[in-house]
Write a protein that binds this ligand. Sequence first.
Ligand code: SF4
Ligand code: SF4
Length: 161
Amino acid sequence: MVPQGESQFGQIIRSIDAGYLTGPDTSGLETLSKEEALSNLRELEKKGLCHTIWTFITPFIGGICNCDRSDCVAMRTTVTMDFPVMFRAEYVAEVNPDLCNGCRQCMRVCQFGAMGYGIAHEKVVIDPRRCYGCGICRASCTKNAIALNDRSKVPLAANLW
Ligand code: SF4
Ligand code: SF4
């Protein structure tokens, strides 16, 4: 019930979920150091799992997820239904053909269908229009043949989010 005479500002303040003021109940959660968290992320990368950041109400970060397309509804919706529900990263991946040996390991982990294999020159190529800049391909390449470039400097992808 709205108290009589309450200002609009007061009504807005009262309507805010108290959880935003005090923070969530984290008593049941495990706390990781920065180094432990990064180490976990690196291990997950080796398994080909893609890191995504989820904001439950922007700009509040609700979690960092590590997933692949078989389990992630958002990735499936974005890639297989061509209905984007995720933003891309600020990067676009590029293969250095001089270092690539054509092993195709990177293609196995790309969740966004951005990579193709050129039979003629036996190298992998990346379509910048499909790349989400997640960097999982780079983590999987033992030849260090994949770089992440600044999206704003890649004309084909600069305005794709
Ligand atoms: S993993 Fe590296 S070396 Fe292998 S195909 Fe991909 S870019 Fe080339
Ligand atoms: S950075 Fe681009 S090409 Fe590499 S795995 Fe992610 S979406 Fe695929």
